[in-house]
Ligand binder design. Structure first.
Ligand code: EPZ
Length: 423
């Protein structure tokens, strides 16, 4: 993975407008479950448009521990798992990246067994996995907790009708992958509808799966016995794209954000339009023309197709210099306002009331030393730094490198004064 460990700070000198073309990479939250799903087949799999991210490296290490061999050539990933040599996911890897939990479904499907350390919470919330386990048990799995490890067995997986109390993305993915081989039909009701779920279903169907309805609240899966190898290109990262659109809108300038599927970003585009930012949808991207002046608006995060929680932090940073007051309400995670204190160090006027942040726009922010607490908070601090007077020094950049490929290089190319620095 690209970034040397000692370069653990990002310095942003604010005030430049952004001009030019910035290209969006493949979606982190699509490629992680797709790498896990490659365990379903003993045949070789090729995945294109795979971003170079810490999280992708960790997911490759996790499936490597199960017996997969992986080769990366630029943005292409070649995976081959002729046989599963272990069913235990090492604690040190799972604790690094809780998304490893979506290897449960494919491992159960392939071997009927998995041992994985129960992922802890993280900065944005306790992140329980009760709905993952409820779904797998409905398919016939038996789950035991053993010294912090989830020990899961399924001598036979049988189709079932599963209702999710909440349309959890990870739970939908885990259940879908286990149900892909379960005998008979599985219905997932109140399923997550995110575009990444559709991409995963397309990947599994290309391997021979029979999944219908992905992207709606009811997904129907017919179990099949075996899967073949496949070549698959990952969808663009709508959250990276949205972060760049907001950075261009906030700084002012003329930026073409390339490799965007506009209908994955409708809620953000609607909010940008409401705030008076000019943008134009073109063939494979969106062009933002902004003078850096826009109205504050209210936003509430919802599951897809609502406003994505992963864009809440960048959008809140965008509002710090809007004209007027905007209310940001976070309904998906219980603790996702840690970027607020950091933005206030830069002069933002924000008050937290329950699950909402009241953002009163100010004429300008000033650069300051700040800390990223999760990857989307990191993007919010870069956005704020791009518009602030003076220099912003961001620590905790390993969070940013988990989800934003080559972000310093990409932003420098469109005129941002941004660089890495060692402690
Ligand atoms: C995925 O996380 C994404 N991660 C997250 O992106 C994203 O914020 C989230 O979906 C919501 O869209 C990946 O895809 C790798 P959930 P996931 O299960 O699957 C609670 C980023 O920044 N819950 O939909 O973990 C949970 O605590 C990351 O790229 C349970 O209570 O999200 C949360 O409050 C951050 N029990 C809510 O549901 C469960 O069994 C939504 O979680 C599962 C979830």
């Amino acid at each position: 993975m690209g970034v040397p460990k000692h370069l653990n700070k990002i310095i942003v000198a604010g005030g430049n407008t952004l001009e030019g073309k910035i290209t969006v990479s493949g979606a982190k939250n699509a490629v992680l479950p797709i790498i896990a799903a490659s365990l379903l087949t003993p045949e070789p799999v090729r995945i294109d448009d795979v971003p170079e991210l810490l999280d992708v490296d960790v997911m490759c290490q996790v499936i490597g521990a199960f017996g997969a061999s992986i080769r990366r050539e630029g943005s292409q990933l070649y995976i081959s798992t002729p046989e599963i040599t272990s069913v235990e996911a090492p604690h040190d890897l799972v604790s690094k990246m809780r998304a490893s939990i979506v290897t449960m479904g494919p491992l159960l499907a392939r071997t009927g067994r998995v041992r994985i350390s129960h992922p802890g919470g993280c900065a944005i919330g306790s992140r329980p996995i009760n709905w993952h386990l409820k779904g797998l048990e409905a398919l016939g799995a038996e789950v035991h907790m053993d010294h912090g490890y989830l020990d899961v067995k399924a001598s036979a997986l049988k189709g079932a009708r599963i209702y999710l109390d909440f349309p959890s993305v990870g739970a939908t993915e885990n259940i879908m992958m286990a149900a892909a081989v379960a005998e008979g039909t599985t219905l997932i009701e109140n399923a997550a509808q995110e575009p990444e779920i559709i991409d995963l279903a397309n990947f599994i169907n290309q391997m021979g799966g029979k999944i219908r309805g992905a992207g709606t609240s009811v997904i129907r899966i017919e179990g099949v016995k075996e899967f073949s190898g496949v070549n698959h290109t990952v969808i663009p990262d709508r959250i990276e794209a949205g972060s760049f659109l907001l950075m261009a809108a906030a700084t002012g300038g003329d930026v073409f954000v390339q490799n965007v599927i506009a209908n994955h970003l409708q809620p953000l585009l609607a909010k940008m339009e409401e705030s008076g930012v000019h943008f134009r949808e073109e063939d494979d991207g969106i062009r933002v023309l902004s003078d850096g002046i826009y109205q504050a608006v209210d936003v509430k995060t919802q599951v897809h197709p609502g406003f994505p929680t992963d864009l809440q932090a960048p959008f809140l940073a965008f509002l710090t210099r809007g004209k007027g007051t905007g209310v940001v309400t976070e309904t998906v995670f219980e603790n996702r306002f840690m970027h607020v204190d950091e933005l206030k160090r830069m002069g933002a006027d924000i008050k937290i009331e329950g699950r909402s942040a009241i953002v009163q726009g100010v004429p300008r922010l000033t650069g300051a030393p700040v800390t990223a607490t999760d990857l989307r908070a990191g993007a919010a601090l870069i956005l704020a730094g791009l518009t602030a007077e003076g220099e912003t020094e961001i620590s905790g950049v390993h969070h940013i490198d988990r989800g934003y490929e080559f972000i310093v290089e990409k932003l420098s190319r469109i005129g941002a004064e941004i660089r890495r620095k060692s402690d």
